[in-house]
Design a protein. Structure first.
Length: 276
């Protein structure tokens, strides 16, 4: 589905189902140098079990037009614009890595003006602060192939996923690297790898944003995650609990790329939290 947002086309994968205003809506937000396809199992399940699915390509990524976001707030503005364009009055937000910070910021922003508009917040492979090493920042700008290799080493704890992901024998490293190259090539005007990492590194409002959240929050973390280890999410978990809202924490036997490395576990945690 292509949606006109702020003068540009924003693409959202719907899981093969038409948008139905009578159904609950779930927004999926990917991380740096990814696209909607990283949520393939989770998005298709919800789309075929009574939910509207909007798995976006961030602005300037994949099938979405416009400039690449320079900050968490930039993508949050696009998500809000999409909800407004479709007339969505309430949605659950799910984000992975950089996308989890976008989901958090969006929920916090809406809590001040429309506190019922976000029904649930799901943060997958998250951390705060989500700092990026100077070496990786530099490589993403000047040696993107090297940076892609570095990220793939740190993002995965197994070579092949279970059959429920992309199929038996799928090579996680190779598939992820190919996706990252494709997304990088999709924008010839700017380096979306470096802008994404810079936005992660510069986001300083995690704890303040969490204090404003007014909906249940789920954390889905990978016990073998080297990019955002579970201990790096604890300030957000503590902040979520301090809001008085229900908080769920699921730790899965996976690395950073939980949606493809443990697709069934990620889906099960989301289903339990969302009551699906």
């Amino acid at each position: 589905m292509n949606i006109e947002v702020n003068g540009h086309t924003l693409y959202a994968y719907t899981g093969g189902k038409p948008f139905n205003p009578a159904q609950p809506t779930l927004v999926f937000i990917h991380g740096v140098l990814n696209d909607h396809s990283v949520w393939i199992l989770q998005s298709r399940f919800f789309a075929h079990h009574g939910w509207n699915v909007l798995a976006i390509d961030q602005p300037g990524h994949g099938r979405s037009g416009g400039p690449a976001p320079k900050s968490v707030a930039d993508v949050s503005t696009a998500v809000l614009g999409m909800l407004d364009a479709l007339g969505v009055q309430q949605a659950a937000l799910a984000g992975h890595s950089f996308g989890s910070l976008i989901a958090l910021h969006t929920a916090a922003h809406l809590s001040k003006t429309a506190p019922d508009r976000v029904s649930h917040l799901v943060m997958v492979g998250t951390a705060f602060p989500m700092r990026v090493s100077p070496a990786l920042l530099d490589a993403s700008l000047n040696q993107p192939e090297k940076a892609i290799a570095m990220v793939n080493v740190f993002s995965h704890s197994t070579l092949s996923p279970p059959p429920s992901a992309l199929g038996p024998g799928t090579w996680l490293y190779g598939g992820s690297a190919a996706l990252m190259r494709r997304v990088l090539a999709s924008n010839t005007a700017e380096n979306v790898f470096h802008t994404g990492f810079s936005a992660c590194d510069g986001y300083a409002d995690g704890e303040a944003d969490m204090a404003h959240v007014r909906c249940p929050v789920a954390f889905i973390l990978g016990e073998r995650d080297q990019m955002t280890p579970p201990k790096a999410a604890q300030s957000l978990v503590k902040g979520a609990r301090a809001t008085g809202q229900p908080v769920s924490v699921a730790t899965l036997p996976a690395g950073h790329s939980l949606m493809t490395e443990d697709p069934e576990g990620t889906l099960a945690a989301m289903r339990a939290f969302l009551g699906a």
